[in-house]
Design a protein. Structure first.
Length: 225
């Protein structure tokens, strides 16, 4: 018997059950099927404008920078401006996301490369699956459209958020996941990112870029002109 089996057996003994009781198994299956929500914080709630304002405030508190553009075609110019203003090289890596592919990158002087990062890229851009107003957090799903390596290996990560994907709370992210992928078919990884990477483990001194990008720039698409 493995250590895992021993622990589970001890739990069953303490509950005076075997784990095979039909009512208990039915209750678990019903809960998994229904996906009931827990207590939802008030902070991220409200109409779209209020959620957007909360998201901006929380993202800033997490030391992310943020810009708003009216439409997707405006994203390349904003990305090029961000890189230039921060004296960063005019190069950018992205995945196969069709929304990024349809943007007019050719109108900029940026050198575009595609596919996962091998750790030698300074700048990358991804599209968020969702953004969470209550904490200024981005939710990114793994896959060739937006490879997870782009969120962790480059020094500077730019994330495009479409306004329609801005939700109030984490629970709403999982509702979107179930609606898109179905039960039991979620992507392999869902990464929740709040601000640039940081650590204060060494002498309680805050260090940016400890485990990932030192800069996180968010571009919200769908802002009012």
């Amino acid at each position: 018997m493995s250590a895992r089996d021993e622990i589970l057996a001890a739990v069953r003994r303490s509950l005076h059950v075997t784990g095979e009781e039909a009512p208990r198994r039915a209750a678990v299956e019903a809960r998994l099927a229904q996906g009931p929500a827990g207590i939802i914080p008030e902070r991220g709630q409200g109409e779209a404008g209020k959620r957007a304002a909360t998201f901006r405030e929380e993202a800033a508190l997490a030391q992310a920078s943020l810009a708003e553009v009216v439409e997707a075609a405006d994203v390349p110019a904003e990305v090029a401006s961000f890189l230039s203003e921060n004296n960063l090289p005019a190069c950018l890596r992205m995945g196969e996301d069709a929304r990024l592919g349809a943007m007019p990158w050719g109108a900029t002087a940026l050198e575009i490369s595609r596919g996962p990062s091998d750790g030698n890229d300074q700048n990358a851009v991804s599209v968020a699956f969702a953004a969470v107003a209550e904490s200024g957090t981005l939710a990114l799903v793994s896959g060739p459209d937006n490879p997870t390596t782009l969120a962790f290996l480059p020094d500077n990560h730019i994330v495009v958020v479409f306004a329609d994907d801005l939700v109030g709370d984490y629970e709403s992210v999982f509702v979107k996941l179930r609606a898109l992928y179905g039960v039991g078919a979620a992507p392999r990884t869902v990464n929740f990112i709040t601000g640039p990477s940081r650590s204060a483990d060494i002498e309680e001194t805050l260090l940016l870029g400890a485990h990932g990008p030192r800069r996180l720039h968010i571009v919200v698409v769908g802002a009012s002109p």
